[in-house]
Design a binder for this molecule. Structure first.
Ligand SMILES: Cc1ncc(C[n+]2csc(CCOP(=O)(O)OP(=O)(O)O)c2C)c(N)n1
Ligand SMILES: [Mg+2]
Length: 329
């Protein structure tokens, strides 16, 4: 059998796979821990959407910025937020990246460039414009990646942000992760266009419609957009088509998602497909994949153990780090 020539180097594909496998395993562990009643709270699984941020992670520099939403665990892991402090923040522990005061909906980790997680749909886009403006004014060469959903592209802030970013030629990439549902509504029922990427034309913005579950196409889209932003050629709107495997939020019964659609999406699991493709192409052996997964298992188990055994924040710390120094209360 002749291996199909890949457009993207094997090293890059292995990097994308390793990140995607980490996100998948982390998500499975998180849901199992919740189901076992060991942690409470809300959880918005990103299973099925792993390839999008994993492809970006093979393009971005550590100093670049990423903004995400409540369904953001894949973006946070891919940007390199350490699993210990990330998990502790999700569990609301004092050792978390925001000392347990952010929780799953508000993770920030400045050191790794994960600048914002927001629960307010669409609100990350104008903030991403501000982050990119700062990078441009400082001539730092940094790029801002703003992740959001299909539903967010119907919010006014999406349009305001695209307009300003295009006008000021900012180094920002708007990544619409079109997982085909906004809460319980199929995106086509609430969208005036058949492709969200077409909205970029209204702002004279470079726009890309891509299969977000295809690592080669997704890597090329990410690289094109990031290279352009870094070269001073302004923003890009990427619409990355994908699917969410577990509904809107943990506990969602998913009755509104047709069984055959869900089954087809899960049968085409993009992480398992990339795993199988890398083995079939001879890029990785079975043993190498098993070794990668064993390493991830250890790292994830240690992070959950660290978070579980960490203390809750002390009540006396409730207002520290909340207000800037010198502001009279
Ligand atoms: C401004 C605002 N309006 C409504 C909501 C309620 N809400 C939470 S998630 C969501 C759906 C967003 O869907 P999408 O942008 O496609 O992201 P996904 O959850 O699919 O990742 C809505 C309407 C909100 N959080 N913020
Ligand atoms: Mg959606």
């Amino acid at each position: 059998m002749t291996a199909v020539q890949s457009r993207v180097s094997p090293d890059v594909l292995v990097k994308i796979f390793t990140t995607a496998a980490k996100i998948k395993m982390y998500d499975e562990t998180y849901r199992a821990t919740m189901r076992a009643g060991k942690i409470g709270g809300m959880y918005y699984s990103a299973r099925g959407q792993e390839i999008i941020p994993s492809s970006f992670s093979a393009v971005l520099e550590p100093s670049d910025y990423v903004l995400t939403i409540y369904r953001g665990i894949h973006d946070q892991i891919a940007k390199g937020v350490p699993l210990n402090t990330l998990t502790a923040e999700f569990f609301g522990r004092a050792t978390g990246s925001c000392k347990g005061k952010g929780g799953p909906m508000h993770v920030t980790d400045v050191a790794s460039g994960l600048i914002l997680t927001t629960g307010v749909v669409g609100s990350g886009l104008p903030i991403g414009v501000g982050v990119a403006l700062s990078a441009k004014m400082r001539k730092s060469g940094q790029v801002a990646i703003v992740n959001f959903g299909d539903g967010a592209s119907n919010i006014g802030a999406f349009h305001e942000a695209l307009n300003m970013a295009a006008l000021w030629e900012l180094p920002v990439v708007f990544v619409c992760q079109n997982n085909q549902y906004a809460e319980y509504t199929k995106y086509s029922l609430g969208m005036s266009v058949d492709q969200i990427s077409k909205r970029g034309a209204a702002y004279t913005m470079r726009s890309i419609h891509v299969d977000g579950n295809d690592p080669e196409a997704m890597y090329e889209a990410a690289k094109t957009a990031v290279d352009a932003a870094r070269a001073g050629e302004g923003p890009t709107l990427i619409e990355a088509m994908t699917y969410r495997f577990y509904g809107h939020v943990m506990g969602d019964m998913m009755k509104y998602m047709p069984d055959d659609e869900l089954e087809a999406a899960r049968a085409a699991d993009p992480v398992l497909k990339l795993r199988a493709d890398l083995i079939a192409a001879g890029t990785l052996t079975d043993e190498q994949v098993t070794q990668i997964e064993a390493g991830l298992r250890t790292e994830i188990d240690e992070a959950f153990e660290y978070a579980m055994s960490s203390p809750l924040p002390d009540a006396s710390d409730a207002t520290t780090d909340v207000y800037a120094e010198g502001i009279a209360l």
